[in-house]
Design a protein around this ligand. Structure first.
Ligand code: SAM
Length: 279
């Protein structure tokens, strides 16, 4: 039986399995196992958790998660070429790693996971943002996940944690911060990846709050925020004109000046406005 010590270095894994990086799959691999263990540690205590890893590739982060003690890892990988390398890892951690060859945007992994569940991923940025929005807007709250630890392009990471008044502040910040605690926990230069991407990256850690910070109907809040930031340069009385004939009054009641722009309005005020839009 193979053990963790028998696993070859990741550069060799890539050579052995001819895993030349494919741009179409956003493949920028992490080959430094000290770094992947450090990322795994940002996800918190994994020993009592199932971890959902999206896009394991040759398995650098997967090894980090397992060696940091994850109870069980379910890894979803679209590229069939990565499966033999992942099989080797599964053999070194008996019963602790399952791999599904699928597109993470198509598969519902919940049947294969037991709570508590943490999500960890180094994904292509477009897929990562789409999954993040899905994970932040489930039908019911609290969601299936306890935390999300995700690699993003630095600029996207900054949009997730942005505060009012900054250029990065918008729909993503509000969605993320309404029902979770979001923090950038690591910065990575392009050279941390093989091949290096054009831009810097950052790891964002989001912890689900048991309750939203302020009450609001999720569907209405999302609608108000989307409309407000769709025309972020406009005053809110103009940007939200279509929502209600008396929008100026409702803005005022929510503590927002009708002449304010979306980027200066905080979460609490957006939630107050969403509640007023229900009446
Ligand atoms: N986690 C590995 C690492 O850190 O070295 C690989 C990261 S690489 C940025 C992204 C990985 O996601 C690739 O292995 C790619 O094949 C996989 N991937 C891309 N799109 C995917 C999708 N829609 N569903 C599942 N995996 C996907």
């Amino acid at each position: 039986m193979s053990t963790i010590d028998d696993l070859p270095p990741l550069r060799q894994v890539i050579a052995d399995h001819a895993l030349s990086a494919r741009k179409s799959l956003g493949q920028n691999f992490l080959l430094d196992l000290n770094l992947t263990a450090k990322i795994a540690r940002q996800a918190g205590d994994l020993t009592a958790c199932d971890v959902l890893e999206i896009g394991p590739g040759p398995g650098g982060l997967t090894r980090g998660l397992l060696s940091e003690g994850a109870r069980h890892v379910l890894a979803i990988e679209k590229d069939i070429r990565c499966l033999p390398a992942l099989k080797q890892i599964a053999a070194a951690f008996p019963g602790r790693l399952d791999v599904i060859n699928a597109d993470a945007l198509e598969l519902d992994p919940l049947a294969h996971l037991a709570p508590p569940i943490r999500v960890v991923a180094n994904l292509p940025y477009n897929v990562g943002t789409e999954l993040l929005i899905r994970w932040l807007t489930p039908k019911d709250w609290p969601p299936f996940w306890q935390s999300l630890t995700l690699m993003f392009q630095r600029e996207v990471a900054e949009r997730i944690v942005a505060k009012p008044g900054s250029k990065a502040y918008g729909r993503l910040a509000l969605l993320a911060q309404w029902r979770s605690e979001a923090q950038i926990v690591m910065h990575l230069p392009p050279g941390a990846f093989t091949p290096p991407p054009k831009v810097s990256s950052a790891v964002v850690h989001l912890t689900a709050l048991p309750e939203p910070r302020f009450p609001a109907n999720p569907r209405i809040l999302e609608q108000v925020v989307a409309k407000a930031f769709n025309q972020r340069r406009k005053m809110l009385r103009a940007a939200l004109k279509g929502l209600a004939p008396d929008i100026e009054d409702r803005l005022t009641q929510a503590g927002i000046k009708p002449t304010d722009r979306a980027e200066t309005v905080g979460l609490e005020q957006f939630c107050a406005l969403a509640r007023l839009m229900e009446s």
